[in-house]
Design a protein around this ligand. Sequence first.
Ligand SMILES: Cc1cc2nc3c(=O)[nH]c(=O)nc-3n(C[C@H](O)[C@H](O)[C@H](O)COP(=O)(O)OP(=O)(O)OC[C@H]3O[C@@H](n4cnc5c(N)ncnc54)[C@H](O)[C@@H]3O)c2cc1C
Length: 445
Amino acid sequence: MTSDFHPQTAKRSWGRVVEAHHDVARPGSPEAAAALLPVLQDRGETGLPIGLGRSYGDSNLNPDGALIETARLDHYIEFDPDAGVLRAEAGVSLDDILRLIVPRGWFLPTTPGTRYVTLGGAIANDVHGKNHHLAGSFGCHLRRFTLARSDRGVLDIRPDSEPDLFAATIGGLGLTGLILDVELQLVPIRSACIDQHVEPLRNVDAFFDIAEARATDYEHTVAWIDCTARGDRLGQGVFSSGNWAASGGLEPHAAKAGPALPVDAPGFALNPLTLRAFNMVYRRVQLLKPQNSRVHYAGFFHPLDSIRDWNRLYGARGFYQYQSVIPFDTAREATREMLDRIARSGQGSFLAVLKTLGDRPSPGLMSFPMPGVTLALDFANAGTKTLQLMAELDALVKSSGGRLYPAKDGRISADMFQQGYPEWERVETLRDPALSSAFWRRVTS
Ligand SMILES: Cc1cc2nc3c(=O)[nH]c(=O)nc-3n(C[C@H](O)[C@H](O)[C@H](O)COP(=O)(O)OP(=O)(O)OC[C@H]3O[C@@H](n4cnc5c(N)ncnc54)[C@H](O)[C@@H]3O)c2cc1C
């Protein structure tokens, strides 16, 4: 491997289950980054771009190959504060962008549940947020981007000039080229606060009724679910809705995240007892009446960002995240069945999020969102029994016409992936031959 790549001992992604060795390059400019791809090709090796490593499984890993870290591609290129159009290098994080744009009355068109995501990572997984039912996914708001490829050099990609590469790169898992910079349309805000409405959720049926009702009045909606509840209370939790406040300050979030976990939590930190204690919080909320409050966007959109390295809470064996989306016509029955199996398994998730996704189509060929209901859960890695439970959930998702989110995955079968993403073969034909990943090799084998 060229000296631009430095041998590393090991690299883990967010769930910390998968660990792999890579040679890593950290180019300091777009030109240096683009120059790495032909080098890889000449050597017959593969690389993979990597942003802030917030994908949970193996979609951002390329074991025994190379990784191209984009951390130093972190410069702004242009910002038009009147039109809300931002152009920046692909390694700039949403965290940084928000500190630039919020004081000027702009916000990201959509944001995932963490700010520690790069522009390149947001495109490659076509991320979605609490406003998906209205705004669609991140890719819906892209004006253009620059893509470096080993076979075609540096390309200006727009929906009308390179429609195939535009569509294949959005949700393209970093395989169609290295995104160098991005031009994004922002949305105006008058305040950095959200007027939030929180209400108890009696059970999973109530979720479907409330989600439908709130989707018309609120831009942002999400439910937090207690995965240990069963019977009449299956799917109990809280439903949170919010709209941007009409007035108030434009103070961005604080520059630094909260305290970090200094070491891995012991494996028992998230055992069934602590989970039960955690879920007591939900039960208490059940006693409350609906409440309205004004909260800062950081607490509303990115609650986990206040604890740095919270992924170490699951101990040294790490954890899996499982995120599915099920079309509306089968979602009620399938979600009930999934929650029931999870509760009965006793592996109840520390975090469970339920949300409806809307029908605004993404330009991406392999975007995860589709109209339906998405359930996202964490499972501490307990080995075979965790894999067995997820295999049972897979069967349910598959038979209900749903699919799983590659950004969260490190184990699904080729069959499961290919059924959920029938356009994968088109992406494969547009893949940069110098790029590959552990995930892609597994699901296309
Ligand atoms: C706490 C938490 C909450 C989350 N909430 C949500 C959510 O609400 N909605 C949601 O959709 N996702 C969510 N995610 C997932 C996260 O948004 C995605 O995994 C995102 O892609 C991570 O970005 P990253 O910069 O860390 O990229 P990485 O994880 O490092 O990489 C992700 C993919 O992007 C590719 N990539 C990175 N940079 C480039 C580039 N310059 N050019 C081409 N390809 C590139 C990589 O090859 C890889 O395939 C969450 C993750 C966490 C940890």
